[in-house]
Design a protein around this ligand. Structure first.
Ligand code: MN
Length: 233
């Protein structure tokens, strides 16, 4: 993100920032410095409080600066002096899966999953898809509402930690749930949306109400322009 864009975000968040309890900011300052290495966590495309009340400031801070950052720290440590250091993150996910290097796969996949996750969100995101994306949703699920019902139901049903994905499979859109850190990079599908249902993603805000969290995310903060830009023609 350019510094100009970041400054614009800071300015637009000024009102939201005033609503943050002073005790909430130091959590980020206390976060451990990321371990040095070739794999670098991208910045958030919004400020931590900007997705509230759908996702609270505190959840974003912990999720981004502890959980997501932690996958990068582990990945850099695990891949030191291995062939993986010269690969892109996508390649590490695919190669470590082939080689059954499970610890590297788990951390690389989780790093990748959250990279996609954060940039799917936009404060006050557009309320509905349009154009080709909407046409594909209608053709694959019947309607936008039916797609949301299916994505919410299948993601809610993930047993334990995992993800619910909306993906493009050829000329169709599909919903695919996965367990733990697994994603669709090894399945020849194009990932459009990933909904994180590890408890760290929602428990502080929604406790055990996973479906309410998923519903709020789908209704309030999805950037459908970004989702549409991921479609392969
Ligand atoms: Mn997560």
């Amino acid at each position: 993100m350019s510094s100009i864009t970041r400054r614009a975000l800071v300015a637009s968040a000024a009102a939201a920032m005033t609503a943050i309890l002073p005790s909430q900011r130091p959590v980020l300052a206390q976060a451990p410095a990321p371990a040095p290495g070739p794999f670098v966590q991208p910045p958030l495309p919004f400020l931590e409080p900007q997705l509230a009340p759908t996702i609270s400031n505190r959840t974003i801070i912990l999720h981004y600066s502890r959980h997501h950052a932690g996958y990068f720290t582990a990945l850099n440590a695990l891949t030191k002096d291995t062939k993986y250091v010269s690969m892109t993150l996508d390649q590490v996910v695919i190669e470590s899966d082939k080689e059954t290097d499970r610890r590297i796969y788990n951390n690389a996949a989780q790093a990748w999953n959250h990279n996609l996750y954060w940039v799917t969100f936009k404060p006050g995101g557009a309320k509905a898809p349009s154009g080709k994306l909407l046409e594909m949703i209608n053709a694959s699920f019947g309607s936008f509402d039916q797609m949301k019902i299916k994505l919410k139901a299948d993601t809610t049903a993930v047993f334990g930690s995992g993800w619910g994905w909306l993906a493009q499979d050829g000329d169709k859109l599909v919903v695919v749930p996965t367990l733990a850190g697994a994603n669709l990079l090894t399945r020849n599908m194009t990932t459009l949306i990933g909904i994180d249902v590890w408890e760290h993603a929602y428990y502080l805000d929604y406790e055990n109400r996973r479906p309410d969290h998923i519903q709020a995310v789908l209704d309030n903060i999805i950037n459908w322009d970004v989702v549409a830009s991921r479609l392969k023609s």
